[in-house]
Design a protein around this ligand. Structure first.
Ligand SMILES: [Zn+2]
Length: 81
């Protein structure tokens, strides 16, 4: 996980870019285009970075991540009772 990804993720959470839709469905704004957003669950994201991760690291047993999944992780931590 790069520092840049975490920075982006924190910014998304702080700017209200994470919106809960259902129990495990969130809408998260794109950090490069605020008019665009992705539907994200706790382990999948629609964005290209997430899809490319599996293309590049397929079969290495790594879990894909992107700034949106990271933002969701931070969002959940902050909203825990
Ligand atoms: Zn993503």
């Amino acid at each position: 996980m790069s520092v840049n990804t975490i920075k982006k993720a924190k910014k998304l959470v702080q700017s209200g870019g994470v919106v809960k839709i259902e129990d495990d469905l969130f809408q998260i704004k794109s950090s490069s285009n605020p008019d665009h957003s992705y539907f994200v669950t706790s382990n999948t994201c629609e964005c290209l970075g997430f899809k490319n991760f599996y293309k590049f690291h397929h079969g290495k047993g790594l879990k894909a991540n992107c700034s949106h999944l990271e933002a969701l992780r931070i969002f959940k931590q902050e909203h825990q009772p």
